[in-house]
Design a protein around this ligand. Structure first.
Ligand code: GDD
Ligand code: MN
Length: 373
């Protein structure tokens, strides 16, 4: 053990054009700040001379180490092998091609070391983050990919970032199935962590060499999301399970709302003799009110879990989202029945389902959006 403060993992595959520059840059930035760094290059047996360059740097720069992998080729697998061999308790992962600005590493380091965050993520999608040199098609694919990630990790805007720092403990016992490019998703889904922070950065696409993103990468990603989701069903200490619990509670509250709605509709119509369409308005509003009370106290846990301190503000927000939900339900019912010729009760189930997703996601991200730390 050499007592390094941080291990910087640089995964490489044919990075002869970049590896010397990135290694010197990272090493220089960290030593300039008095941070003792191990730089761990994890290479997938590149054929372009990357390995020889790193061997030469290893003799010259203290802390440079190299792993050459012979089988199970892959970016995520390489990063996990880096985790297993990292000598410091704090680990940073960064691309070799300068897509991730190395001068932010000391800020990542400080956030873990001094501020105590378990995971620190370089985000392209949080306020202040950006992407340069990406064609529209790639932006859309990437943004689409983050949607799945955001269902699993609602507080994280860029769960597929390749630029992040963690405490080594986060992954020490994690049973990861690394595949594809999105190793951070695996860390978030299977690792042990409580506090995460995002640091905005501008992603600059490579000017040297080519990107290796393939179509199969996307298929891998979908499988990975499914795997993380099902893993959480069995492993209740994960952050994803906390989120599933909210979705389930929200669904149960919704079901209780149907009972309230039916009871009020029946009571007003049959006992008070009110016209049933008028009764229905009261029934809908009554269910919105009981749903709000249950969701506020039980599903989301009230003011401490919302950036809206006042209960009446959360209520107005919930009310508006719910009314939109009713409109969405009716619109889907109408469109599927009229234009797709689907039996109206089936259309209605589709409408309820889509309105449920709408209600959950918007309330989760607006009404009960967590206070940012
Ligand atoms: N060891 C190893 N094995 N390294 C690899 C492999 C591999 O199979 N494939 C790529 N790398 C290395 C590259 O050498 C580079 O240092 C880094 O991983 C990123 O590869 P790029 O091919 O440049 O990735 P990108 O620019 O398309 O993708 C970036 O964006 C993703 C988010 O959209 C990367 O930053 C990813 O990490 C990130 O998830
Ligand atoms: Mn790149």
């Amino acid at each position: 053990m050499k007592n390094y403060d941080i291990t910087v993992i640089i995964p490489t595959f044919n990075e002869a054009e970049n590896i010397e520059n990135i290694t010197r840059t990272v090493s220089g930035i960290l030593s300039g700040k008095g941070i003792k760094s191990e730089i761990l290059v994890v290479d997938d047996n590149s054929s372009d001379g990357t390995i020889d360059i790193v061997k030469r740097l290893k003799d010259e720069i203290p802390g440079v180490n190299l792993i050459v992998r012979e089988d199970d080729h892959g970016l995520s697998q390489s990063v996990v092998e880096g985790f297993e061999n990292a000598q410091a308790d704090i680990i940073q992962v960064i691309d070799a091609d300068f897509s991730h600005p190395p001068d932010l590493i000391p800020e990542f380091y400080k956030s873990v070391k001094e501020d105590g965050y378990d995971v620190v993520i370089g985000s392209r999608y949080t306020k202040g983050g950006d992407i340069q040199n990406w064609p529209l098609k790639r932006r859309i694919i990437s943004l689409g990919a983050t949607v799945f990630g955001r269902i699993l990790f609602p507080e994280i805007t860029d769960p597929v970032s390749g630029f992040f720092a963690i405490k080594k403990d986060v992954v020490a016992d994690a049973k990861m199935k690394p595949r594809g490019y999105k190793i951070l998703m695996e860390v978030l889904g299977k690792g042990t962590w409580k506090r995460a922070k995002e640091i905005p950065f501008t992603f600059r696409d490579r000017e040297e060499g080519e990107s290796k993103l393939k179509l199969s990468t996307m298929a891998d990603y979908l499988l990975q999301c499914l795997d993380i989701g099902t893993y959480a069903l069995k492993n209740h200490e994960t952050n994803v399970w906390q989120e599933w619990k909210k979705i389930i509670k929200f669904g149960l509250v919704g079901a209780s709302g149907i009972v309230v709605n039916t009871a009020i509709l029946y009571g007003l119509t049959d006992y008070l003799g009110i016209y049933y369409m008028i009764s229905s308005l009261f029934a809908i509003e009554a269910a919105i009110i009981t749903n709000f009370i249950l969701n506020d106290t039980w599903t989301f846990g009230g003011a401490k879990n919302s950036h809206m301190d006042k209960r009446w503000k959360r209520f107005i927000s919930f009310e508006v989202v719910s009314i939109c939900g009713v409109v969405i339900n009716m619109a889907v019912l109408f469109i599927l029945t009229e234009f797709a010729g689907i039996y109206y009760l089936i259309s209605n189930i589709a409408g309820i389902f889509i309105a449920f997703i709408w209600n959950f996601l918007v309330n989760r991200h607006v009404t009960w959006k967590n206070k940012t730390e």
